[in-house]
Ligand binder design. Structure first.
Ligand SMILES: Nc1ncnc2c1ncn2[C@@H]1O[C@H](COP(=O)(O)OP(=O)(O)O)[C@@H](O)[C@H]1O
Ligand SMILES: [Mg+2]
Length: 247
C-alpha cells in the first residue's frame, strides 16, 4: 500500500527533556525541530485554544503553516500521579505517533480530518511525554457550542450522521466521539478532530459501531443541557441519516 503511515518520515534526537523521536510529514516539513513542540519557544506566535480543551492545546503559526499543538495529558485518577507522563510500553504504543499515522491514513481515505504535520515523544526511563502538531481547520466552531446556543439546523445534523457513517465504513473507531470533537466549517460540513487512542478496526468486525454512535448520542444529550426536545431532534436526524448511509 502506498502512503499512509509509510509517507511519514522520522528523526531521532536528544534534548533537555529526554531522548526521543520526531515523526513528520515531508510534504509540509523540511527541517523538523523538537522546539516546535515547546509552547514557550513560540513567543507571540502562539495562543491557547479558546474552548473545549483541557489546557494543553495552542494555535501556532510556523514554517508548516497554521497549526494546533497539543500535549498529551492523562485523565482521571492517574492525572493526580503524573499529569503528562505515560508508561513506556514500546515505540508502537506511542500515542502521538499513532495519532499522526492514523491521520495520514484517513487523509488518504479522503475523510474530513486535520492534516498531519508532526508528532514527538521524549523518553525518560520507563516513562514518556508526547505532543502532536496538526493543521488548523479554518473558520470552524465546535458542534457542541452550536448546540449550547440551541441552533436549529436539521440539514447540518443529517450531514453529521452521514459523516460518522463514512468513518465507520472506513473502519475508523474514534475513541472519544463527542460533540466537542466535531468541528463545523462555514459551509456547514463536519470535521473530526482529537484521535488520541483511536484505531482502524479489522474487516468484518462491526460490534463497536453501535456503541460508538451511542457515545455520540450521550454527548449530544449532555451539551443540550436539559433541552430534551432539541437533544431528541438532533439524535433523530443524526441516527436516521447514519442508518441510511450505512445500508
Ligand atoms: N485542527 C483543528 N482546527 C481548528 N481547531 C482545532 C483543531 N484541533 C483542535 N482545535 C480546537 O482546540 C480544541 C481542543 O482540541 P482537541 O484536539 O479536541 O484537544 P482536547 O480535547 O484533548 O483538549 C477543540 O475543541 C477546537 O476548538
Ligand atoms: Mg477534544
Amino acid at each position: 500500500m502506498k502512503g499512509g503511515a509509510q509517507s511519514m518520515q522520522s528523526m531521532d534526537f536528544a534534548d533537555a527533556r529526554g531522548a526521543g523521536q520526531l515523526v513528520f510529514n515531508p510534504s509540509l516539513v523540511e527541517h523538523p525541530k523538537p522546539e516546535w513542540f515547546d509552547p514557550a519557544s513560540w513567543g507571540e506566535a502562539i495562543k491557547p485554544v479558546a474552548n473545549g480543551g483541557r489546557g494543553a492545546a495552542w494555535f501556532v503559526n510556523g514554517p508548516f503553516g497554521s497549526a494546533v499543538l497539543r500535549h498529551y495529558l492523562r485523565g482521571g485518577q492517574m492525572a493526580r500521579f503524573s499529569r503528562d507522563a505515560f508508561v513506556w510500553s514500546g515505540r508502537q504504543n506511542v500515542r502521538s505517533h499513532n495519532e499522526l499515522e492514523l491521520l495520514a491514513l484517513m487523509r488518504e481515505l479522503k475523510l474530513p480530518v486535520p492534516e498531519p504535520i508532526a508528532s514527538i515523544h521524549w523518553r525518560t526511563g520507563l516513562r514518556y511525554r508526547a505532543a502532536i502538531l496538526v493543521g488548523t481547520i479554518p473558520n470552524t466552531r465546535t458542534f457542541a457550542s452550536m448546540l449550547e446556543d440551541s441552533m436549529h439546523d436539521e440539514r447540518l445534523w443529517r450531514r453529521i450522521g452521514i459523516m460518522i457513517a463514512r468513518f465507520h465504513q472506513a473502519r475508523i473507531l474514534h475513541a472519544d466521539l463527542n460533540a466537542h470533537n466535531v468541528l463545523v466549517d462555514t459551509q456547514g460540513f463536519g470535521h473530526l478532530i482529537d484521535f488520541d487512542k483511536s484505531e482502524r478496526r479489522l474487516k468484518g468486525d462491526h460490534d463497536w459501531q453501535q456503541d460508538n454512535l451511542a457515545r455520540f448520542e450521550r454527548s449530544v444529550h449532555k451539551v443540550c443541557n436539559g433541552n430534551a426536545a432539541l437533544a431528541s431532534a438532533v439524535i433523530m436526524a443524526v441516527t436516521s441519516a447514519y442508518r441510511e448511509s450505512m445500508r
